[in-house]
Design a protein around this ligand. Structure first.
Ligand SMILES: Nc1nc2c(ncn2[C@@H]2O[C@H](COP(=O)(O)OP(=O)(O)OP(=O)(O)O)[C@@H](O)[C@H]2O)c(=O)[nH]1
Ligand SMILES: [Mg+2]
Length: 331
């Protein structure tokens, strides 16, 4: 009988250790979890399975069934790519801003809603949740009951908190005692997982959409962990002059041609420091110059954004321009 891992959704197999769903033959007959999930859960091992063409696979699958979609995006990963993916979904859908607990208290939810409509043209219903703080974790099940929906997908980019949210739904409902694997690293869930909450509701967890490119390499576990904030964000402001630049993790350098103010909205675990513009240590990065008007944000895809107060010519040194997006600020 074919079985899937209840932690990540992979089909359990004992043929290829390097592929998803592997479980040693000796354990195959009664295993519920694959070896990778077992190691992540019990030994906190850092195991990433790169998934090929996952975005296309997800979009194709959800089109077949047309079930409603609850799409999670956390505050720091609202960007043109994540929103484009949300907008490409034809199913009935709701945008959920997850990890509400990391959003600085100074930013009001209403402001985020109107800004999303203005900058990204989001006209759909938007909701906020925090699984960590147990805020609105019954939102999906309540909606489903109210609208008599029997099946729904939980979608979102990798690490947006889908599986953690579903595990909480199971705890809340007392109707399913299963535990999906969650972790700080990307691609934890590798296939769809159907969770039956009692007789009337099925929640479907999904593999996360992945970015076309990422600023970290596959094995930069330390950096990947730092990017994901564990607590609420403390925005940090730097007053800058043209002779100084700000360097983020030796990967991105920002320089303004006028005296300016940069406020960083990204994980406080990341290294952000001042360097002299003449410093040669970043020679390998490519420089591009952007003309910014007053109060714009520079988005660094997958990491967060920097609020730039004054109009300027902003030089950005980075490995690839695709990580950068300039947008009107919510401030
Ligand atoms: N601060 C905060 N962190 C959260 C919250 N929900 C989930 N996380 C963390 O976000 C990380 C990713 O969570 P997952 O549930 O594995 O994310 P996912 O969307 O299922 O990721 P994939 O399976 O890779 O697509 C984990 O380290 C979680 O602990 C939340 O409400 N607040
Ligand atoms: Mg998951």
């Amino acid at each position: 009988m074919s079985r899937n891992c209840i932690g990540c959704g992979a089909y359990l197999q004992s043929e290829d250790k390097k592929k998803i769903g592997y479980v040693p033959l000796s354990k195959n007959s009664d295993a519920k979890y694959c070896e990778r999930c077992f190691k992540i859960m019990h030994y906190n091992e850092k195991l990433i399975m790169p998934l090929k063409n996952i975005n296309t696979y997800i979009l194709k699958e959800i089109q077949k069934k047309k079930y409603p979609v609850f799409f999670l995006v956390d505050f720091l990963t609202i960007n043109a790519e994540t929103i484009r993916t949300f907008q490409s979904i034809q199913n009935e859908k709701i945008l959920i801003i997850s990890k509400l607990d990391i959003i600085p208290k100074s930013i009001k939810k209403e402001r985020i809603g109107s800004w999303l409509a203005r900058v990204y043209g989001i006209n759909e219903d938007i909701q906020f949740i925090s699984t960590k703080k147990k805020i609105h974790t019954k939102l999906v099940t309540n909606r489903m009951i109210e609208k008599q929906i029997k099946q729904a997908y939980i979608l979102g980019y990798t690490n947006s908190g889908k599986s953690t949210f579903i595990n909480q739904m199971c705890l809340d409902s007392h109707l399913a005692n299963t535990k999906i694997t969650t972790s700080l690293l990307p691609n934890t869930t590798v296939d769809f997982i159907h969770i039956q909450l009692g007789n009337s509701i099925t929640i479907i967890d999904s593999p996360g959409f992945t970015y076309e490119k990422t600023i970290y390499q596959e094995k930069e576990f330390n950096l990947i962990e730092k990017i994901n904030p564990k607590h609420f964000l403390k925005p940090i402001t730097y007053q800058v002059k043209p002779i100084t630049s700000i360097l983020i993790e030796n990967k991105i350098r920002l320089n303004s041609d006028v005296v300016n103010s940069f406020t960083f909205y990204m994980s406080n675990a990341l290294s952000i420091r001042r360097v002299f513009e003449e410093n040669k240590e970043m020679r390998t990065l490519t420089k591009s110059i952007y003309k910014l008007t007053e109060n714009q944000d520079v988005v660094i895809k997958g990491i967060g954004f920097v609020h730039i107060k004054k109009a300027c010519h902003l030089s950005i040194y980075i490995e690839d321009n695709d990580f950068i997006e300039i947008r009107d600020s919510m401030f």
